[in-house]
Every structure is written in structure tokens, then in C-alpha cells.
Design a protein around this ligand. Structure first.
Ligand code: SAM
Length: 263
């Protein structure tokens, strides 16, 4: 077997490589997917997940920004199966163009610096019934899964939960990586849900409402949404206008946006 090529981890690409077999196995067990559908890994790095995934499923799309790592990975995976390498920025790629049909199954130990924008980006194009299994900074996972009236609840929680079912699976200590990150990580399962998505009359209006509400989260909702509400009153959807964004449930945000979406 060829020796592992020397690679200096690049901080700007959030390169903390997972090496602990226990956590690699746990992620793979949770990412049990349909082999007939497309499978994507974001940020394969040195292949901690890529190699077992390719051995198991025989095909895999990977999106990697680091040219050097991508080259090493292609060499390592040459005989393992069909590796479709997309060299570039996952933030600029429309993943739905990689699907031949149906849902997407995506996993990734994501670079922490882009994880939130990447999730927002994926939500815009990912088809119904898709699965995303991501390792993220623990705090980000807590924000994704938080309910209203909780301090972690914010724009990310509402935007994700309005379209998806979410579940925090387990935490991963920094010792499981090399180099070690300064923070604890966690694995989250995010599944797009057609029924939830259908409730949104106009996703653009919804996004605007949530952005405005949390942009000024200390203000009452009446004040934070003043420019959007115009002639409408929050009592039309049984929302107390003196409450703050963090007290409004996802369902209530949907009701407010749908009221404002009516012609
Ligand atoms: N999956 C590997 C593992 O678990 O060891 C590597 C994870 S490392 C935290 C993040 C990976 O994402 C790195 O390989 C990095 O080069 C890649 N990456 C960083 N920014 C990216 C971007 N914008 N688009 C695609 N890949 C990116």
C-alpha cells in the first residue's frame, strides 16, 4: 500500500480530519441509505468516510475544494468504485443537478466556517424526501434542533424546521480529529419533509419574515415586523404582537408568512 501523502491541513478550509474509528463507524451506521439513489459527500478530505462509503455502495459523488486532497483521494479510490469528483466550492454548486432522479442522500463532516450558509444553500434546492447527515459544531446542531422559548432558538432553527425533520444524534469530542478543533462536534440528521414544505405559501416571504424577526430579536414582534405587516395585524393569526421572535413557534411563523403572502 502507498504511504499517506503529506498534507498540511488548511485552516481556511476547516480541515480537521476524523480519525477515530468508533465515530466513523457510528456515522456510517446512521447513514444507511438507498444504494439505488445518488449519494453525495461534502468535503471528503482524506477519505475517512469516503472510502468505506465507496466500498459499501460502489458509487459516490464528492465535492471537495482542495485540489491537492482531491487528487490524493482519486488515487486512493481508483479501484474501489465509481467516484464522481466535483472539484470546487460546495456553496456554489446546485446539488440537485447531481441527481438523476428522486431524493438526495448527503453526508459530510462539514468545515465549520461554512456550515450554516451551506445548510441554507442546500435547503433552497434539495428535493423532498432527501437526507442530510452532517457533523457540525455542537452549538450549531443545538441551534438547528432548538424549540421556541429556548435561548438557542433562532433563524437557523426556524428555517430548517419549517422544511425538515431534525434529530441530534450524538456528540463527538475534539480528540476524534486531527488536528483537534477547539470545539466539540455533533452529528445531526436532517430530512426534508414534503408535508412541511407544502405548508409554506411563499418561501421567499417566509424567509423575509424570519430574517426581520430575528434581525431585531430583542424588539417585540409588532415592531420588528413593522415594515412587512402594513395593514395586517398579528391577531389575525392569533399571535401576541408583544412577544419576541424567540417565543414564536415554527408553526406561528408559517401562519404569519402565509397571511402576508395572500394576494
Ligand atoms: N470528511 C473528512 C473527514 O471527516 O476527515 C474531512 C472533513 S474536514 C472537517 C472538511 C473538508 O471540507 C476538507 O476536506 C475541506 O478541504 C473541505 N472543504 C472546505 N470548504 C469547502 C467548500 N467550500 N466546498 C467543498 N469542500 C470544502
Amino acid at each position: 500500500m502507498c504511504p499517506e501523502p503529506i498534507h498540511r491541513p488548511r485552516k481556511r478550509f476547516g480541515q480537521n480530519f476524523l480519525h477515530d474509528r468508533f465515530y466513523i463507524e457510528r456515522i456510517l451506521t446512521e447513514f444507511e441509505v438507498d444504494p439505488k439513489q445518488d449519494i453525495i459527500e461534502i468535503g471528503p478530505g482524506k477519505g475517512a468516510l469516503t472510502i468505506p462509503l465507496l466500498k459499501k455502495y460502489g458509487h459516490l459523488h464528492v465535492i471537495e475544494i482542495d485540489r491537492e486532497l482531491a487528487q490524493h483521494l482519486e488515487d486512493k479510490c481508483a479501484d474501489l468504485g465509481e467516484l464522481h469528483l466535483h472539484l470546487g466550492d460546495a456553496l456554489k454548486l446546485d446539488v440537485s443537478t447531481l441527481v438523476t432522479e428522486g431524493k438526495l442522500q448527503i453526508c459530510g463532516n462539514l468545515p465549520y466556517n461554512i456550515s450554516t450558509p451551506l445548510i441554507f444553500h442546500l435547503l433552497k434546492t434539495i428535493p423532498d424526501g432527501s437526507l442530510m447527515l452532517f457533523m457540525l459544531q455542537n452549538e450549531v446542531v443545538d441551534r438547528i434542533c432548538a424549540s421556541h422559548n429556548h435561548s438557542d432558538y433562532g433563524r437557523l432553527s426556524v428555517m430548517v424546521q419549517a422544511q425538515c425533520r431534525v434529530e441530534k444524534l450524538f456528540e463527538v469530542p475534539s480528540e476524534a480529529f486531527s488536528p483537534q478543533p477547539k470545539v466539540t462536534s455533533a452529528v445531526v440528521k436532517i430530512q426534508t419533509d414534503k408535508t412541511r414544505r407544502k405548508k409554506l405559501a411563499d418561501p421567499k416571504v417566509f424567509e423575509q419574515v424570519v430574517r426581520q424577526a430575528f434581525g431585531q430579536r430583542r424588539k417585540t414582534l409588532r415592531n420588528a415586523l413593522k415594515k412587512l405587516l402594513l395593514a395586517h395585524d398579528l391577531s389575525e393569526v392569533s399571535v401576541d404582537s408583544s412577544s419576541r421572535a424567540e417565543n414564536i413557534s415554527v408553526e406561528q411563523f408559517i401562519a404569519i408568512a402565509n397571511m402576508l403572502s395572500k394576494p
